[in-house]
Design a protein around this ligand. Structure first.
Ligand code: SAM
Length: 162
């Protein structure tokens, strides 16, 4: 598989899973996009969820100019600084959907980041809430439901809070 093939597969899985999650989304609960990047997945989510509030997290905003959230919905800073105060403000168990795409090419760093972030993400999810991630997150109160989505195993990771 070429790197182009691999990028296409990853982006296809990302889009298919966003569509899958949106279809079954609970009518209440926050939607969080963690890692704005270019704004591609944020743009997809907002197009699929018109009228729904989406909070976006990014430490160095540099998205396509058309892909910024409205004022008050971009939380700028490192996640370890911004997520705890967000949880204080909005409450534990306040998120119906979290999409997190923050990995780099450094697998050791990715693993350590996922381990440290997992408790915060778990705290944010409401019962039945879904997390879509670009990597595995160890969250004991969540079930790995990736196999239910039809996306090939290991390409993207899907959890449902019990
Ligand atoms: N899904 C996005 C898209 O479709 O355009 C791409 C996201 S990009 C791969 C990852 C983003 O996560 C980067 O913009 C990076 O700055 C952000 N990020 C990584 N670690 C972060 C952290 N600890 N706190 C806040 N943002 C972080």
């Amino acid at each position: 598989m070429t790197r182009l093939d691999s990028a296409i597969r990853r982006l296809t899985a990302q889009r298919d899973l966003l569509d899958w999650a949106v279809q079954g989304l609970a009518p209440t609960g926050l939607v969080l996009e963690i890692g704005l990047g270019n704004g591609r997945t944020y743009d997809h989510l907002r197009a699929r969820l018109p009228g729904r509030e989406i909070h976006v997290f990014e430490r160095s905003p540099a998205a396509h100019p058309d892909c910024y959230p409205p004022e008050g919905y971009l939380v700028v800073g490192d996640l370890f600084d911004t997520l705890p105060s967000f949880i204080e403000r909005h409450g534990r168990g306040s998120a119906a959907l979290i999409h997190i795409d923050i990995g780099t090419g450094d697998e050791a760093a990715n693993l350590s980041l996922a381990r440290r972030l997992a408790p915060l993400l778990e705290e944010l999810l409401q019962p039945g809430g879904i997390l879509l991630g670009d990597r595995a997150f160890p969250m004991p109160s969540c079930r790995d439901v990736s196999a239910e989505t039809g996306v090939p195993e290991g390409r993207y990771f899907v959890y449902r809070r019990e």
